[in-house]
Design a protein around this ligand. Structure first.
Ligand SMILES: [Fe+2]
Ligand SMILES: [Fe+2]
Length: 279
């Protein structure tokens, strides 16, 4: 399978083209059709699709990594162009998500879930297809489903919660899933935010596919929110794996990105808006 992946939405621009925003989206072109993984937070996906000449009307399927606004906010804009399309996600994707952040000694609570009702997105053409387990969504393309948490050093982000029936509880992100493309050069793994833990996800993928060779690892790794010790453990685990290219984005953060560049040299690139990976 021939593949070209273009980062459509991301926090940073690097090519003096397109717009940056807090969020992530990757446009995937293959010889069996085009796909969209995540949709950014809403402002940049359509304008950037024109800048990078990617036809959102051509997409065969949409995949949502999890129910945060910065990955799902552009869904309505895409649907307004595309109309009817399958949107693959975990059934928990519509849970009410909140973050509680300390700002100048005050705790600020924000809604960070999907801003739209499911019915509204369906009225624009979304056909939600839910999965909880590892699933082949098209030939050679897989979603991880729920990822077992096994590593001791990848802890859930303590600032993120869900609200259900008036009760607030820690968000354990059962809906966090990543996309896998099986290529002749090895697997390509794309994270949304990797809330399940980057190494947990990689181990789950190895387990489910029986393959250990990764051509590329892309997307948001959430490494920005780990302690320096946890970051070192993640990098050491990554070092023990067969990974040809590491092209992270979004919630990886610049501190962790610099550290990855140091560790992986030419195998590392920052996946800013407009970055392309071809196989
Ligand atoms: Fe994110
Ligand atoms: Fe997230």
């Amino acid at each position: 399978m021939k593949i070209r992946i273009t980062i459509l939405c991301e926090n940073l621009i690097g090519k003096l083209k397109g717009s940056g925003e807090h969020g992530f989206s990757a446009f995937i072109e293959t010889d069996q059709g085009n796909y969209l993984f995540d949709t950014g937070s809403g402002r940049s996906i359509v304008p950037n699709s024109y800048v990078f000449d990617k036809d959102l009307k051509s997409i065969k399927k949409i995949f949502l990594s999890h129910g945060h606004y910065d990955h799902t906010g552009g869904l309505s804009e895409v649907l307004k162009l595309k109309g009817k399309v399958d949107v693959h996600a975990h059934p928990n994707v519509f849970l009410d998500r909140i973050s509680v952040l300390k700002e100048e000694d005050k705790e600020i609570k924000r809604f960070i879930g999907i801003h739209y009702k499911k019915r509204y997105l369906e009225s624009l053409g979304a056909n939600f297809v839910y999965n909880t387990a590892f699933t082949e969504v098209d030939k050679g393309i897989f979603l991880t489903g729920e990822v077992p948490r096994k590593t001791p050093f990848e802890k859930p982000d303590p600032r993120l919660f869900i609200e259900e029936d008036g009760k607030t509880s820690r968000d354990i992100f059962l809906d966090d899933q990543s996309l896998i493309l099986d290529t002749e050069e090895g697997l390509i793994l794309i994270f949304g935010c990797a809330h399940a833990g980057m190494i947990n996800i990689i181990n789950h993928v190895i387990n489910k596919t029986g393959k250990e060779k990764f051509y590329a690892i892309l997307g948001g790794t959430h490494l920005d929110f780990l302690t320096p010790e946890q970051l070192e453990e993640s990098i050491q685990s990554l070092n023990n794996l067969e990974v040809e290219k590491i092209g992270v984005s979004h919630c990886t953060g610049l501190r962790a990105a610099f550290r990855l560049q140091l560790a992986f040299g030419d195998r590392f690139f920052y996946g800013c808006v407009g970055s392309v990976l071809e196989v």
